[in-house]
Design a protein around this ligand. Structure first.
Ligand SMILES: Cc1ncc(C[n+]2csc(CCOP(=O)(O)OP(=O)(O)O)c2C)c(N)n1
Ligand SMILES: [Mg+2]
Length: 276
């Protein structure tokens, strides 16, 4: 039986670490996009995926690709919390030569399964990874986190077209549908609606969830793991900046460093620890 309170606690820890990195980063971090997906990352890393943090390249591991790579503070927080590396690396986040780059690098960070940040690329790579696993008879799953703004990239739809044809039922795409992209509101810039119908038309199994409800996230992930014949896309309804009052729904926090006062307020709301 899963301990949902523990998973919610992990999501809160991830949020605290996102704020820690945002305050200490070299240059500007992306706190809003990372907070949007903190619950999904907590569910994947602490309640769903088969992983071995002490053996990051274990062949049998489930893979995760953060296609919206700018939200990597959420991934780094989950990986550190799981034990892939120490949290001291948060303090060199985005620094030249640091282990934690501003966008995730497969070659620099233990536990990162695919380099990402050029939007659209991650989902295409994940399709290739899922196909390779199938060819090898490896039962591992591949999970992808895709942005709603990112879905405007043509490459997303090339990958979407191919995966059902290849029968990639080991591939699950989770869309972080927060209705905001870097320069404004996704629905008026280029709406993805009817979102579910588009994916259905491309041949995917489609479902939806509240991306901040731990039980729902776990249930949707379990269903996707066991569904046979088609890849699954889960449309996750989320709030950009979720968990910090002044960042929620506020796209100023797409990419911005908090002041000392804002850092302290965010940590107070999350019950996190203030560092020097
Ligand atoms: C190919 C490409 N074009 C542009 C960018 C710059 N960029 C970074 S984040 C972003 C918006 C992404 O919006 P969304 O996918 O909705 O993610 P969110 O910030 O809401 O998490 C853009 C355009 C990029 N990283 N890659
Ligand atoms: Mg978005």
């Amino acid at each position: 039986m899963l301990d949902y309170e523990r998973l919610e606690g992990k999501a809160n820890d991830i949020r605290c670490d996102i704020i820690e990195m945002a305050y200490h980063a070299a240059g500007q971090s992306h706190p809003g996009p990372a907070l949007s997906c903190a619950d999904i990352l907590a569910a994947l890393y602490f309640g769903h995926m088969q992983i071995r943090p002490d053996e990051p390249d274990w062949e049998g591991r489930d893979r995760f690709v953060i296609s919206k790579g700018h939200a990597c503070p959420a991934l780094y927080a989950a990986l550190a919390e799981a034990g892939y590396f120490g949290k001291e690396h948060f303090y060199t986040f985005r620094g030249v030569g640091g282990m934690l780059q501003g966008h995730p690098s497969l070659h620099k960070t233990p536990g990162v399964d695919m380099t990402s940040g050029s939007l659209g690329n991650g989902i295409a790579c994940a399709g290739g990874m899922a196909y390779a696993l199938k060819l090898k008879g490896n039962p591992a799953q591949v999970y992808v986190l895709l942005g709603d703004g990112e879905s405007q990239e043509g490459l997303v739809w090339e990958a979407a077209m191919l995966a059902p044809k290849l029968g990639l039922d080991n591939l699950t795409v989770i869309i972080d549908y927060n209705h905001l992209q870097s320069c404004g509101d996704t629905d008026s810039i280029l709406s993805m609606e009817p979102y579910a119908d588009k994916w259905k038309a491309f041949g995917w199994r489609v479902c939806e969830m509240n991306g901040h409800d731990m039980r729902e996230i776990i249930n949707r992930l379990e269903e996707a793991r066991h569904f046979r014949g088609l890849p699954t896309v889960i449309i996750a309804h989320t709030i950009k900046g979720r968990g910090v009052s002044f960042m929620e729904h506020n796209n100023d926090w797409h990419s911005k460093r908090p002041s000392r006062e804002q850092y302290e307020q965010a940590m107070a709301e999350l019950g996190g620890r203030i560092t020097a």
